[in-house]
Write a protein that binds this ligand. Structure first.
Ligand SMILES: [Zn+2]
Length: 220
């Protein structure tokens, strides 16, 4: 993808950002489960589920299509095939944004409420999911790269508390920092998304956000 960097830079300056509003249901049940998650995992007595975002955390869904990806986030309760994380909470996973293979950006929930998309950092991060990465093989498209660049630049202008741009595969780098909140040392998953090449290309086009505090990429 490297040789495309200059053209991506030019393209991303030319295209206007478009965000489709595709809200997922965030009813009483999901709000209550989110509050419980904040209490049990972060030991914070929160009166609401508002966050102050400091990190942009980039993912892939490990699912081929948008239709099958979005399905995973719609329900309030975690589907029963998620044994890897169900013990920690019945709260379903969510994400602030999802980007299709053709670059279409969907906003699924407000920026200032907590999504469950990463261990330890949910209370201070915005999640961007990208459709793709089946079997954890990094295969995101140039269109997705351009949309991530445009979206992150937009978020930087909108939210002045943002300080980091991080891959999901790097999340454990924060374990010994003040941003890490998870209290359960046994609750960890191994992540590969969204791929080191994608992050390198993304970071080459984003200014003013720090990398994760260590090199923690996992590529398959
Ligand atoms: Zn992820």
């Amino acid at each position: 993808m490297k040789i495309l960097l200059l053209s991506i830079f030019l393209l991303s300056s030319l295209f206007a950002l478009q965000i489709k509003q595709t809200p997922i249901f965030f009813g009483k049940k999901r709000i209550q489960l989110t509050k419980e998650y904040i209490k049990s995992h972060y030991d914070i007595d929160a009166k609401d589920i508002k966050i102050v975002p400091k990190i942009i955390l980039v993912h892939f869904t490990a699912i081929k299509t948008y239709e099958n990806s979005i399905k995973r986030f719609v329900d309030e309760i975690l589907p029963n095939d998620r044994a890897d994380i169900s013990k920690a909470s019945a709260l379903n996973v969510s994400t602030h944004f999802m980007i299709e293979r053709d670059g279409t950006i969907h906003q699924l929930m407000p920026l200032d409420i907590m999504a469950r998309h990463v261990i330890g950092l949910n209370y201070n991060s915005i999640g961007i999911e990208n459709v793709g990465g089946e079997k954890n093989i990094a295969d995101l498209t140039v269109e997705q790269l351009v949309s991530n660049i445009l979206l992150i630049r937009y978020l930087q202008k909108k939210i002045d508390t943002l300080g980091y741009l991080v891959a999901h595969s790097e999340y454990r780098c924060f374990e010994n920092t003040s941003l890490w909140l998870e209290k359960d040392d046994t609750y960890r998953t191994k992540k590969y998304d969204p791929g080191s090449e994608f992050m390198k290309d993304l970071r080459a086009n984003i200014y003013g956000l720090k990398d994760a505090p260590c090199k923690g990429f996992n590529d398959k």
